[in-house]
Design a binder for this molecule. Structure first.
Ligand SMILES: N[C@@H](CCC(=O)N[C@@H](CS)C(=O)NCC(=O)O)C(=O)O
Length: 223
């Protein structure tokens, strides 16, 4: 079998979500690193493949898929031996889809509004208001986890794999009050115990944390 190729960066939370999903279902990917700082996602070749110029992007023998959530669902459907990570049952699947959209539309989107201007556009705006807007997601996630160990119930799904990479990347700036969000903290701990988790996630998350602090200081020194 020719391995599906993943265009990715370790600092990208959605790229790490796809890597976690591949590890969870036990398939190997061919990794093709993309350096966003060098604008390798804006080359004509990359834009031809993905006009949205985002990573992760998957090339599965000519089938091109972008958006991590779509990629994770595809990989489980095509290569997963079981459907637990992305159930075929329509009601269960809708629940997972809703949480994937929560990551896309709320969690990652709000985080990106805080991080991207500082990392790439010289901004110094790390205001309490911007942070508080992302922190609202902790309330929502605490509710999701009120009665179950995972975001969609008793089983791990791709919704957990997609949300955890975002949470563990931004949780130093967008602080989680450990006394208030006990379910969320327990979920983070539970996710970090997955055998493949730390090796895939931790370096990239630490890289973003360091880069964010350095860029914020650099941007402030120029203002
Ligand atoms: N919803 C998308 C978001 C992907 C995304 O925004 N990736 C960032 C890196 S973390 C990126 O490619 N940024 C470059 C750009 O948008 O031009 C997904 O889940 O794949």
């Amino acid at each position: 079998m020719i391995k599906p190729a993943l265009y990715y960066a370790t600092l990208s939370p959605p790229s790490r979500a796809v890597m976690l999903t591949a590890a969870a279902i036990g398939i190997e990917l061919e990794f093709r690193p993309i350096d966003l700082q060098k604008e390798e996602h804006l080359t004509p070749e990359f834009l031809k493949m993905n006009p949205q110029h985002t990573i992760p992007t998957l090339d599965d023998n000519g089938v091109i898929i972008y958006d991590s959530h779509a990629i994770c669902a595809y990989l489980v459907g095509k290569y997963g031996k079981e459907d637990n990570l992305y159930p075929k049952d329509l009601a269960k699947r809708a629940n997972v889809d809703a949480r994937l959209h929560f990551d896309s539309g709320h969690l990652f989107a709000r985080g990106r509004m805080l991080y991207e201007p500082i990392l790439y556009h010289g901004s110094t705006d790390c205001s309490i208001e911007k942070i508080a807007y992302v922190q609202q997601c902790w309330d929502i996630m605490e509710s999701f986890l009120k009665e179950t160990p995972y975001l969609c119930g008793d089983e791990l799904t791709i919704a957990d794999l997609c949300c955890i990479t975002t949470v563990t990347t931004i949780n130093d700036v967008v602080v989680i009050d450990e006394t208030k969000y006990t379910k969320l903290m327990a979920w983070i701990e539970r996710m970090s115990e997955l055998p493949y988790f730390k090796g895939i996630n931790d370096d990239g998350a630490a890289e973003v944390k360091k880069l964010f602090r350095e860029k914020l200081a650099e941007n402030r020194s120029k203002n």
